[in-house]
Design a protein around this ligand. Sequence first.
Ligand code: FAD
Length: 526
Amino acid sequence: MAKPPATHEPKHPVSVTDTSGEVPPHLFRKAVEQAALAISITDARANILYANGAFQRITGYGTDEIVGHNESILSYRVTPKLVYETLWAQIQRQRPWNGLLVNKRKDGSRYLADVTITPVVSEEGETTHYLGMHRDVTEVHRLERQVQNQKTLIESVVDAAQVAIALLDEKERVVLDNQEYKKLIGDLGKEPAVKLLAALREQMGDVFTKAHDKHRNLAAREVCIVTPSKAARWFSCAVSWFEEQDVGADAFYEPLRRHYLLLTIQDISELKRQQEALRINSLRALLAEQERIQGLRETLAGAVFQLEGPLNMLSAAANLLERRLSTQSPSNGAGDISASALEEAMHKSREALETLRACIPDQSNEAMQVIDLNDVLVDVLKLATASLLSAGIVVEWSPSDKPATIAALPAQLTNLFKQLVTNAIEAMNERRGGMRELRITCKSNSDHFEVLVEDSGPGIADDLRYKVFQPFFTTKGATKQHLGLGLAMAQEVVSRHGGTIDIDTAYRNGCRVRVQLPLTTGGSHV
Ligand code: FAD
């Protein structure tokens, strides 16, 4: 029983182009014999009755060696029993079974077989035979496993990365991410990548749109996101593009490319905080130095001014003495001596005054820069944070609705407002009880910006509103800390910027200092 059932070969083979719809049995046989798939026909117990050429090529068994044997001859004993039980349960219900089995060739080598078994049912409804078809899928499986292994490797590398990574498809859906990215979802809500891309788009405008449309990579850009808990977080984001060939059937002959955007996100909030703290500290040091120099200037200038008065009086007295002596004759020796001594004393005094004048340090040679007044005021509040907190002062800060850009001397301007805030804190500290409020408002007008610094302290009496700007005038007592130069310096800085500073007498809840700075300052138009 080495051969399948005999069929009568026709004398004149039927043409394959026969349109009658009938295919003669010998044609079936030839087709099966020559098929590239391993085909076998068994009885109801899986004893092989027929095996085609491909079966022999794949298994290594010749027809005579295989026919009469059970299909189990191919079984390599590692396939779990349950697989066979499922297989048999399925085909005994007269349903085809398909699955993977580890087969053993005649030479003992193994291969992975993709097997399909179909029951052949008689007209009486009995399963008389089984049709087995299988192909060697060892190589396909090896490649699939390799791809899978690589995918697992890539996923673990991506997962272990210290930066958040998200891969987005063309509809900006996240198709791959890592642990760091998942942490960001917890902090920023869903979907961090979309939020960051929106922020980049807003920040970069057309540049981002063009780069995005042309799938151009973007080097790291810093973006600020306000979290649902209203905290500002900084991220450095880089965009890279990847191209993938579509694996769908449609793209088999006409390749379609899909583009993926890889977003790498690094949380730089801590770095930014440190940088900002460093900047504020440097600014604090710079301002302290400037304040010291300015104080020295004012003090020496004040001293020169104070000495000039008596010296002028001395000079007038000397002139008078000289005139008197010239009218007396003959000359009185004693008078001559006192006149020349006075002359000598005045000469020495003038020299001393000139030396003192030469000691006045130069004004800071800071360059004019385009700045935003709002930024300056924010810096001032940062500089004063510790004092404000320790004094329990509530701050209300209202920036201008649009950027308040002017050309200014940034450090001097910062010092000016810092002085006003320090004055406000000291004034409020003088008053016991009641609400302590500091309000800073920046308003933009058609030709100038106005900054109001309002405090809830005791205020300044109307008759002192001009005096407080005079050097050495202080309402706090001329202690070492209070020379009474603060507002004088403030006025000097404001004047240098072509602006005005005054105390609003209409304000009754404390003190309101109003600073107006023209859009064009120091001769530069912004
Ligand atoms: P077996 O004792 O043969 O069978 C293991 C389990 O299978 C048994 O516990 C039982 O539950 C079930 N079983 C086996 N024979 C029958 C039966 N006659 N009736 C009901 N349940 C039964 N196996 C391969 O390993 N590789 C192949 O390529 C392969 N091709 C096959 C092609 C066809 C057309 C058919 C019908 C079967 C094929 N088999 C193949 C299955 C094969 O017949 C064996 O069942 C299997 O190899 C396990 O063999 P075994 O000796 O380990 O255990």
